[in-house]
Design a protein around this ligand. Structure first.
Ligand code: FAD
Length: 396
């Protein structure tokens, strides 16, 4: 046995960082270990596709988390946890070391989805700081890039690269960029901003496989088209990392199943972030892969690990994107019934109420700020009729 800790956090991501901060605030005397596969200590991930490309006030040093007492935390970087033994309360790493815990947090996020092709530094998914550094190296000014995936991460990155004088092509499966999340008229506006920013768009297209030869990458699309560039970025989603939890005998479904206190089926193992399947007090059982969820669930899990008995009540977490001249925020379910929506124009943008059986199931704002807690209240206690929804949120 290498060492015993009161608290061990597996995963040095956003959920893990937030849990560590709360543990240090509430139990400063408790020994704490964070194990992470990355070379970097925890940092904020969203700037990897946003501010680090667009805001001169950001640099590589500004995105790291501050901890109440960083010196008191033991970090094991570039280390993979390979086994959890809940019976012995021990974890094992790929360095063949074992560590004993009293309370454990499972916060290991997801693995990027991939397409077939050889391993190459010129083919990336922007998940980690190291991926960002590689992208900077292989996509200097004047080079060209292909981004696959029309979700927010892919779209943000395509815009960021183009703004940094990298000629960029964005390949996505929909007719109109972001049409799965936005009502048609807003998706058209969203897409137009990318056209105006000179991002080349290839719609209705699916990536099949790639080849990497010399200092070029060739992407083959399912329809036979070929595209060649200096770098290829895959923004096609992630698969939550559940195998460790499953092997440890924890209950796993769409994520690691947790109770209202964010405890897994083993009461000394807590869950947070992208891997968490939790009870959302508005939406029901959910898994949610976004920043605010990682932060809030990490905080609650951290406090509960130190002995609090807090119900995780941050319902309908925020998802957002800031890209080009567009700022979108949403709470609740925005994946369904996008054509069944009440859309209200504001001075600068829109408020969209997505409807399910006539009731709002999600609320999204486009270039408009509203009180998101009030939006959550509307989702929790929806009015009887759609007409009553009109004007219920006022732009701030
Ligand atoms: C580039 C980018 C931009 C984003 N932008 C936004 C945004 O604008 N808005 C938004 O709401 N969300 C955004 N997200 C999503 C948000 O960042 C994630 O939801 C959040 O990071 C999830 O936190 P997490 O701690 O669960 O996982 P992660 O932050 O992914 O951290 C998981 C950690 O676990 C480590 N790990 C994995 N397996 C092991 C193992 N076996 N042993 C040890 N360590 C392990 C990994 O190395 C990593 O450090 C973005 C994500 C990315 C990648």
């Amino acid at each position: 046995m290498n060492k015993e800790y009161k608290y061990i956090i597996i995963g040095g991501g956003m959920a893990g960082a937030n849990a560590a901060i709360e543990i240090q605030k509430n139990a400063p005397e408790g020994s704490l270990l964070i194990v992470t596969e990355e070379a970097d200590k925890p940092y904020h991930r969203p700037p990897l596709t946003k501010e680090l490309w667009t805001d001169p006030n950001y640099n590589e040093a500004t995105i790291y988390y501050d901890f109440p007492n960083e010196e008191a935390i033991d970090f094991l970087t570039e280390t993979t946890v390979t086994e959890i033994n809940p019976k012995e309360k021990v974890i094992k790493t790929d360095q063949n070391a074992t560590y004993q815990y009293d309370k454990l947090l499972y916060a290991i996020g997801g693995t990027p989805n991939w397409i077939e092709g050889p391993k190459s530094d010129r083919v990336l998914a922007i998940r980690h700081f190291d991926d960002y550094r590689k992208l900077r190296q292989y996509a200097p000014k004047g080079s060209n890039a292909i981004v696959v995936g029309g979700g927010w991460v892919g779209a943000e990155l395509a815009a960021a690269l183009q703004m940094n004088q990298v000629e960029t092509t964005l390949v996505f499966p929909d007719e109109i960029l972001n049409e799965k999340r936005l009502p048609l008229e807003l998706a058209e506006k969203f897409e137009q901003s990318f056209i105006d920013a000179d991002v080349s768009l290839i719609n209705d297209a699916k990536a099949d496989h790639y080849e990497a030869t010399g200092d070029k990458v060739t992407l083959h699309l399912e329809d036979g088209q070929e595209l060649t560039a200096d770098v290829l970025i895959l923004g096609i989603g992630i698969k939550p990392k559940l195998e460790l939890a499953e092997a440890a005998g924890l209950e796993v479904g769409n994520g690691v199943i947790a109770n209202e206190y964010l405890q897994s089926s083993d009461k000394d193992i807590y869950v947070a972030g992208d891997v968490l399947n939790y009870i959302d007090l508005i939406m029901g059982r959910k898994k949610f892969e976004h920043e605010e969820q990682a932060e809030k669930s990490g905080q609650t899990a951290g406090r509960n690990m130190t002995g609090a008995k807090e119900v995780y009540d941050h319902a309908a977490p925020l998802s957002y994107t800031d890209v080009l001249d567009i700022s979108i925020e949403g709470v609740g379910d925005m994946s369904r019934n996008r054509d069944d929506a009440l859309i209200e124009a504001t001075d600068n943008g829109y408020i969209v109420y997505y409807l399910s059986n006539g009731k709002p199931s999600g609320i999204l704002t486009y270039n408009t700020k509203v009180d998101l807690d009030q939006a959550r209240q509307i989702l929790a206690n929806p009015p009887e009729t759609t007409e009553e929804l009109r004007g219920s949120l006022k732009p701030l």
